[in-house]
Design a protein around this ligand. Structure first.
Ligand code: SF4
Length: 353
């Protein structure tokens, strides 16, 4: 059961409350490279990001916000460190949300100025606590508690200025600390939470750390938005985020392919078949009528149909061809080279014409 949090509007979407858990993407290009940044933002939204954040480091980036805003209607977030005046300028240039780091924007009069303008402009503020930005003395122990304390201190200043459109994140590079911090905060407050594990490393390490950290919290009903962090392509972060949500049945992103890990019984290159099938599906997913559908691709006839009994449609390869099955039941025998064509034809029945 998802924890009921306060609803916050970010541009044209809402997070918190009963709203779907939103995926946030992060632009890796410096946005002063306007054309490249715009291309990356567009591809993040096309891949499935609901919200896109970028770093704003100086006045050139602030000017780029204006340029990007004119061309993108979807929710945009400016990530601000050190200089609160950049936040003020981004709000004036039409940004949908501001992220402030309590580790480096601490003066109360600065926070107050951002809160006042943000309130006037209906722009929410994320208090983005990051374990790496905590004071040195706090790095020794009780890191999670100190992260929560830092967020609560910031909340008090914002609330004192009658500002409540708050989102909070408590990211650490360590999975256990991250989980502990979010759990602790969630017991104290009902502001919506943006989840994430930070500095997770490259592909495999990032997928494992994010899936465990974010997945554990989401399965406990904690979290309203999240970002998968990865030293790699920004669109890969979105693909992983979608898989986390669909694996927990929290959102659907089209049909799911189930494939076996293969073993000595497998007589085809199953990886290539699965890759081709996923490509076919990704081109058509908007037209798909049954988003929760499962398609099984199994390496042998011995265990294939049985192992894929929960699938709606599938094939199991054998030495002399493959068998097609529906609802875990064998339908007919087909040639190996016809598998993708026949699966595509079968799938057409589940698409809008
Ligand atoms: S389905 Fe067949 S080929 Fe695939 S892992 Fe199981 S036994 Fe091996």
């Amino acid at each position: 059961m998802k924890k009921r949090t306060r609803v916050v509007k970010i541009g044209n979407i809402k997070i918190g409350g009963k709203n779907p858990i939103a995926i946030q993407g992060m632009v890796k290009t410096a946005i002063k490279n306007k054309t490249l940044a715009l291309k990356e933002i567009t591809s993040l939204f096309e891949t499935g990001s609901d919200i896109v954040r970028f770093a704003v480091k100086d006045s050139e980036d602030v000017q780029a916000v204006k340029y990007i805003r004119k061309r993108i209607n979807s929710p945009l977030v400016a990530d601000i460190h050190f200089d609160y005046r950049l936040a003020l300028m981004c709000i004036k240039n039409g940004i949908d949300k501001i992220r402030l780091n309590p580790g480096n924007i601490q003066q109360e009069f600065q926070i107050r100025q951002v809160a006042l303008l943000a309130k006037k402009s209906n722009v929410p503020i994320r208090i983005g606590v990051n374990s790496g930005s905590l004071a040195k003395s706090s790095l020794i122990k009780n890191k999670a508690s100190l992260m929560v304390k830092s967020a609560l201190g910031y909340i008090r200043i914002l609330e004192k200025n009658n500002f409540k459109d708050i989102v909070v994140s408590l990211k650490a590079e360590d999975v256990n600390t991250t989980i502990e911090a979010y759990r602790k905060f969630s017991r104290k407050c009902n502001y919506p939470l943006h989840l994430g594990v930070t500095a997770t490393g490259s592909l495999v390490s990032a997928i494992v750390k994010s899936s465990i950290g974010i997945g554990v919290l989401l399965s406990e009903g904690i979290g309203d938005t999240f970002r998968v962090s990865m030293t790699g392509a920004s669109t890969d972060e979105i693909e992983v985020a979608k898989k986390i949500l669909s694996s927990l049945s929290l959102r659907n992103f089209g049909p799911e392919v189930i494939s076996c890990p293969t073993c000595g019984r497998c007589s085809v290159n199953l990886g290539i078949v699965v890759e081709k099938l996923e490509k076919i599906l990704s081109k058509k997913k908007e037209r798909f009528l049954r988003p929760g559908m499962k398609i099984a691709v199994m390496g042998c006839e011995v265990n294939g149909p049985g192992e894929a009994s929960s699938a709606d449609l599938g094939v199991a390869f054998g030495n002399n061809g493959a068998i097609l099955f529906r609802d875990g039941v064998i339908v007919k025998r087909i040639k190996k080279e016809d598998v993708l064509t026949i699966l595509t034809k079968e799938l057409e029945k589940y698409y809008e014409t």
